[in-house]
Structure formats: C-alpha cells, structure tokens
Design a protein around this ligand. Structure first.
Ligand SMILES: CN(C)CCSCc1cc(N)cc2c(=O)[nH]c(N)nc12
Ligand SMILES: [Zn+2]
Length: 370
C-alpha cells in the first residue's frame, strides 16, 4: 500500500487541469500545488510558523545539499527532516541527481553511479541510485525521488537516448532497494530532453516500474516555453490519471498556469525566494524592482491586491530602504510576499478549476500580468 496517494476531486470543464489532493504520512495538500524550496532544510528567511502563515502545504529539501552538510546521519538522529527543521507537514526531497550534475563541479557518470567533487570543499564523493535512496530514507521525507540524470538543453539525440535509458535502469535500482514503506513513497522521473519519441520511451519504461507518482524532469533547463509545453502535451497523457504528476523546477506564474492546464499537479521553483532576495517583487501587474528610486516615496504596499503580512504592514518605501540598507528584514519581507503571491495564485487556479473556468482565468491573468 503506497504511503502517498492521489485523490482526484474534479477535472476542469474548460481545460485538461484537475483539482486533487495528495495524502501523505504528514498530512494532505491540495493540487495543483506550488511547493516552496527549502534546499538546506530551511526556506531561506522563513520560519515554519511563517510558512504556515503564507499557507505553504508542502516544502522541498535537497538530498545532495543535506548529504554534504550536515550529513544525512545527523538529520536521521535528529528525527529526520521533520524533527530537524520543525516542519510537521509534508516534505519532498529531490534525489540529488540534478544537483550533482549542476553543482558538483567535475564529475564522471558511470552505470554504477556518479563520482563528483563537493561544491563546499572539493572533496571527492560517489552517489549511486542505491545510495541516493539510503540518504533519502535517513532524511525521512514523505515523497522521495529516483536518482536520475537531468540532461542539458540543447542536447544531442543519441546522448539523450542513452541517458534516459540509464535513468530508467537507475530508476529500477531505486525501486528495488526502496520498499514503499508506510513512511515515504518513491516517484520516478521522466526524461528524454525535448525529443517527443524519447519522452514516450522514458515514460513507458518508468510505467513498467509502477511508481506511486511520476515527475517530469529535464525541463525548465533553458528550453523555449513552446518546447516545454510540447513535451508536456506528449508526456502527461501517458501518465496514470490516479497518481500525482510533478513538473520539476517550474516555475514562473505563466508556467504554473500553463502546466496546470496540461494536467500537472505539483510544481517547485526557487524563483520566488531567489528573486525575493535580490529585491524583485511579483505583483498582479508584473514584477517590480523595489530598490528602484521611483519607490523611494511610494507609501503603498508592494502589491495592493495582496493579503500577506508584508503588504498589510509595510510600504514600498520602507522595504526599498531595508533592501538598500542591507537589512535582513527587507529580503524576509520580499520573500514572504513572493511566496504568498504564488501560493495565492495556485489557490486561484484551484478555484478556477472547481468552477470550470481556468481558460478564462489564464486569459485574464496574462492580460494583467503582461
Ligand atoms: C529546488 N529545486 C531546484 C530542486 C528540486 S527540482 C530540481 C530539478 C529541476 C529541473 N528543472 C529538472 C530536474 C530533473 O530533471 N531531475 C531532478 N532530479 N531534479 C530536477
Ligand atoms: Zn504581499
């Protein structure tokens, strides 16, 4: 019996979107869902209580980073990620594949696994699919990911084909060592770059392994939006309707809406927290750069339509001052708001699905968002 189960509530009458709930050992979350990213066991600048204030229902953390520091043994001894970071709702951990390929500096990929250098001290490490599962078992997240290779964009067809076939063999090795305990469920990750036939091949190879959920990887790596949408149009219909579908590393408001329309249930992206830290604020009328001089005497909230603590209590003028002065509260407030903005966007997407009007919502949002 899988630890994580998907409950379909309804499909949108206007689009391919669907309203659902994912049930996990640490509670349930509504989908389509945006998952804030807490790479090193913290969503940067936000406490668990503040994450609940913005109504985050599930957060992400990262196998590679936590293996490197403080070490998955310490996290296990501390009661797993939930005990270590004081978050009692669902957690998902990425398998480290993406980070090893994007962070680990020099590396060599073999059938057995990947040898790479630590981005912290340059020390040499080896991660196999089996080791990636062991580490995620220690971290204790509710949803864990298979060890995969996220190929770059653009990528040579033959490399993409060989890579997805190895990713499928790695997925089987992950499945073989992960007993779907009542504690956590393992999701497979579809690869295949931007080649339709390879996406179909990757999905079919992973379907044979019967995962409780499926992620679509290898996208949001620099490809044009149209190519991402083409890959979703090919891949999503192949995935089981009774299991969660997770589009990794996505995304900005337009991608969240377009991905939901194509039947995606789960999204994660560092965007709101990362751009928040450099003073970029997401609003219904588009992004604003709060340190811009034009906000020096602007005593209105970051986003007049927003219900978050930052917009209810502080002005653009004050937050601009904090950011320019390098005050920690400044980036905490921009992060707080950006997270609430995307979480509210997804709440509005879910409401639009329940009322069969997500297509209309998309048109209205894009005309205002610009
Ligand atoms: C915080 N996030 C950046 C980390 C979680 S999502 C990372 C992530 C992002 C993207 N775009 C593609 C892939 C992919 O193909 N495989 C894996 N394992 N992770 C991926
Ligand atoms: Zn706000």
């Amino acid at each position: 019996m899988a630890a994580v189960k998907y409950e379909l509530i309804k499909t949108c009458g206007q689009t391919g979107a669907r309203l659902g709930r994912v049930h996990t050992p640490h509670g349930s979350f509504d989908t389509p869902a945006f998952m804030p990213v807490g790479t090193q066991a913290t969503v940067k600048g936000m406490s668990p209580a503040e994450l609940k204030d913005v109504e985050a229902q599930i957060i992400l953390s990262n196998t590679y980073h936590l293996y490197m520091r403080p070490g998955s043994d310490i996290v296990r001894e501390a009661g797993g990620l939930h005990g270590f970071m004081g978050w009692d709702r669902p957690i998902l951990t990425d398998s480290g594949g993406f980070q090893v390929f994007s962070l680990g500096g020099m590396r060599s990929i073999k059938e057995e696994g990947v040898t790479f250098k630590s981005h912290i001290d340059g020390s040499s490490h080896f991660i196999s699919p089996e080791r990636a599962i062991e580490i995620q078992n220690d971290l204790g997240a509710d949803i864990i990911m298979a060890f995969d290779e996220c190929i770059p964009y653009p990528c040579d067809y033959n490399y993409a084909k060989n890579s997805l076939e190895r990713t499928s063999r790695w997925a089987k090795r992950c499945r073989d060592v992960h007993s779907d305990t009542e504690r956590q469920s393992l999701f497979g990750i579809v690869q295949g770059g931007t080649f339709k036939d390879l996406r179909v091949q990757s999905a079919n190879e992973l379907l044979e392994l019967d995962f409780p959920g499926y992620a679509i990887g290898g996208l949001s790596v620099g490809e044009p939006a149209a190519e991402m949408y083409d890959m979703l149009d090919v891949t999503v219909p192949l995935l089981p309707g009774d299991k969660p579908r997770y589009l990794m590393g996505v995304g900005s408001p337009d991608y969240l809406i377009e991905g939901s329309i194509r039947g995606i249930d789960m999204f994660d992206c560092v965007l709101p927290t990362r751009i928040g830290r450099n003073g970029t604020v997401m609003t219904g009328a588009g992004r604003i750069i709060i340190r811009d001089a034009k906000y020096a005497r602007d005593y209105s909230p970051m986003d007049p339509e927003c219900d978050c603590y930052a917009c209810k209590n502080f002005t653009r003028s004050y937050i601009r001052h904090l950011i320019k002065a390098g005050e920690v509260l400044g980036i905490r407030l921009t992060t707080w708001h950006n997270l609430r903005f995307l979480l509210n966007l997804m709440k509005n997407v879910r409401e639009a699905i329940s009322e069969d009007r997500l297509g209309d919502f998309r048109n209205k949002f894009f005309s205002a968002f610009g």
